[in-house]
Design a protein around this ligand. Structure first.
Ligand code: GLU
Length: 472
């Protein structure tokens, strides 16, 4: 290891400054956007076995330019205040980029979920929620948590139940947290949303023929090779959806137990089943294991997808990267130092604040569903189905030809909740990409996609502050 690595928070701030320098926004306004507005650090006791453990936890609200604030809760032994501040900041920019009308926030509880039983995790989650309620750091109009690294629908259900216990008459209580189980006020399509969003982001990048020509890249996703680091929720859905809907070949997967590679295509669905059975990805048929797990960075591929934690590509390993495109499925996987090295090498980085925004986008849909107290598609599904059926009948009588049963069911199908969620997500990712691309084209001084994404966010957040009259 060489000199000190830039911390995650430093990296976020440095990236912010790089973009801010290209705007004409007043210095005070930029300083307000950059700062974390509220940082709540807590310590609470939880009974584990027959002893009490003092749990360290945080909730950071980075920006109140819109309400509520929004962002996941992380359970990890690496949690610290700066990390949560970095993640909360990213949430503000992320929401702005995809036009999700929230401020940014993030929570962290310094525990390793593997070290606790489900009952203990439940006690920790409920107690954390009570701390948030006490300080007015949670509520459908205040601050809305969601899953992140180490948490999922189960934890969100505990949070909702605790919140409802303390707010029994609040009609919109279900909107106090997103990423809930579907049968407990959740929404279909939320679990896969971040991975699906990564797929749309990558697909959009490769879809612009003139951009690809300039970069000397063959347009289109079909047949492109991908390496995934981290087979958690985000990594696994990015892999399966990219394979099934994009024709991508996954040629490498890295996890805690090691890194596997293949000359053909690692079927991620099968790999997940294999891992569930054997407890490891190693030995999966048709793959070889690399000697050094960390060598995932060195695998030659078209798209490298870091889908685990922050600072995975740093100044000491960035030089080994052979991929042309890095899709940041995780938050902050590339440090600012690594980014400088990678950009010099001609790598294109699809930045986290755009690339993984699919999760919060569908969280927004879930929150809207909770506030409307109605499932998407309920009002219009049958109506659309019936009018399309009538149209098909008419076509049949006019042409004298029969439309097959299969074609009928495809054409006449009214949209279910999950269809609407997916199309809303696709629309969001496509529009946001076009916006970032337009900024890169308009501003000659913008040399990388992260800076363009930051500019897109800064324009919108600054505009909100001006509308609020805080900065005339
Ligand atoms: N934790 C996810 C993220 O980092 C989702 C946040 C949310 O849905 O609020 O974007």
């Amino acid at each position: 290891m060489g000199s000190k690595q830039a911390s995650f928070y430093e990296s976020v701030q440095r990236n912010f400054d790089k973009a801010a320098a290209l705007t004409n926004l007043p210095k005070g306004l930029l300083a307000q956007i950059r700062a974390c507005n509220s940082v709540y650090q807590m310590r609470f006791p939880v009974k584990i076995g027959n002893k009490y453990e003092v749990i360290e936890a945080y909730r950071v609200q980075h920006s109140h330019h819109r309400s509520p604030t929004k962002g996941g809760i992380r359970f990890s032994s690496h949690v610290n205040q700066e990390e949560v501040m970095a993640l909360a900041s990213l949430m503000t920019y992320k929401c702005a980029i995809v036009d999700v009308p929230f401020g940014g926030a993030k929570g962290g509880v310094k525990v390793s979920p593997r070290g606790y039983s489900p009952e203990e995790l439940e006690r920790i989650t409920r107690r954390y929620t009570v701390e948030l309620i006490r300080k007015n750091f949670i509520g459908p109009s205040v601050d809305v948590p969601a899953p992140d690294y180490g948490t999922g629908p189960r934890e969100m259900a505990w949070i909702l139940d605790t919140y409802m216990t303390f707010n029994p008459r609040e009609i919109d209580a279900a909107g106090c947290v997103t990423g809930k189980p579907v049968n407990q006020n959740g929404i279909r399509g939320r679990t896969e949303a971040t991975g699906r969003g990564v797929f749309y982001a990558v697909r959009e990048f490769f879809s612009y023929k003139e951009d690809m020509k300039k970069l000397g890249i063959e347009p289109g996703l079909e047949g492109k090779t991908m390496v995934i680091q981290g087979l958690g929720n985000v990594g696994s859905y990015t892999g399966t959806i990219s394979q099934k809907e994009g024709g991508v070949r996954v040629i490498g997967v890295s996890e805690i137990e090691g890194t596997i590679v293949s000359d053909t295509n690692i079927d991620i669905e099968k790999l997940l089943r294999y891992r569930k059975q054997k407890g490891t990805i190693l030995g999966f048929p048709g793959t070889k294991t690399l000697k050094d797990r960390k060598d995932w960075v060195k695998i030659e591929c078209d798209i490298l997808v870091p889908a685990a934690l922050e600072s995975q590509l740093h100044k000491d390993n960035a030089k080994f990267v052979k991929a042309r495109v890095i899709a940041e499925a995780a938050n902050g996987p590339v440090t600012a130092d690594a980014e400088a090295i990678l950009l010099k090498k001609g790598c294109i980085i699809i930045p986290d604040m755009y690339c993984n925004a699919g999760g919060v986008t569908v969280s927004y849909f879930e929150w809207l569903k909770n506030l409307s107290h109605m499932r998407f598609g309920r009002m219009e599904k049958r109506f659309n189905q019936n009018s399309r059926t009538m149209l098909l009948d008419k076509i049949e009588t006019m042409t004298g030809k029969t439309i097959t049963k299969r074609d009928r069911s495809i054409i006449a199908k009214g949209a279910d909740e999950v269809d609407l969620v997916r199309s809303g997500l696709e629309e969001t990712m496509v529009t946001a990409y076009a916006n970032i691309r337009e900024i890169s084209k308009r501003k000659r001084s913008v040399k990388d996609m992260r800076t363009a994404a930051f500019l897109s966010a800064l324009e919108k957040v600054a505009n909100d502050y001006m509308t609020l009259g805080v900065f005339p």
